[in-house]
Design a protein around this ligand. Structure first.
Ligand SMILES: [Cu+2]
Length: 178
């Protein structure tokens, strides 16, 4: 009986072991619980520094079917209903917005998320050269937040990508989600 380890337990056991014993696989994890302005659940974002790169993984639910802009914003504060407390896009290198902008992009620029009729979304995105600690890191003195907007990001218009209002917000915190 004991030789059967439930499959779901394996990544969990590995992640725990690696943070203390073997830093070559998962060295650091940051998570954000995402919520809408009314406080209702909207998903989870996780950033993992691994030996094969840094990855953002996301899963959640948006209010309607569609395409939605998403960024890391500069301040780890989510005060509804407008979420302006999260500041502008995270931009330690002082660039302009958008991967299609010759003067871009912001460090916090991310791909749009797409949700079908069930309103659910998932995303796995490699985001290399992202520092977590330090003055130019994600978790600097004022932290950082993940924001999802009401419209698609056009990947070009400075400074917002013309993605409209902020509808979902989550503060990044060090460590695995409890
Ligand atoms: Cu944004």
């Amino acid at each position: 009986m004991r030789k059967f380890v439930p499959l779901l337990m394996i990544p969990f056991i590995s992640a725990c072991a690696m943070t203390t014993a073997d830093r070559s696989t998962v060295s650091e994890v940051v998570t954000a619980d995402l919520a809408r302005a009314d406080g209702s659940w909207a998903g989870v974002a996780t950033i993992s520094k691994r030996s094969d790169g840094t990855f953002l993984s996301l899963a959640g639910e948006v209010p309607t079917q569609g395409t939605f802009g998403m960024h890391i914003h500069a301040v780890g504060k989510c005060e509804g209903p407008e979420f302006t407390s999260a500041g502008g896009h995270w931009n330690p290198a002082m660039k302009q917005h958008g991967r299609d902008n010759p003067m871009g992009a912001h460090k916090g620029d991310l791909p749009n998320i797409v949700a079908g009729a069930d309103r659910k979304f998932t995303l796995e995105q490699r985001i290399d050269d992202l520092m977590i600690e330090g003055a130019d890191g994600l978790l600097d003195a004022d932290g950082a937040a993940l924001i999802i907007h009401e419209k698609a990001d056009d990947y070009r218009t400075d400074p917002t990508g013309n993605s409209g209002k902020r509808i979902i917000c989550g503060v990044f915190k060090s460590g695995n989600r409890s």
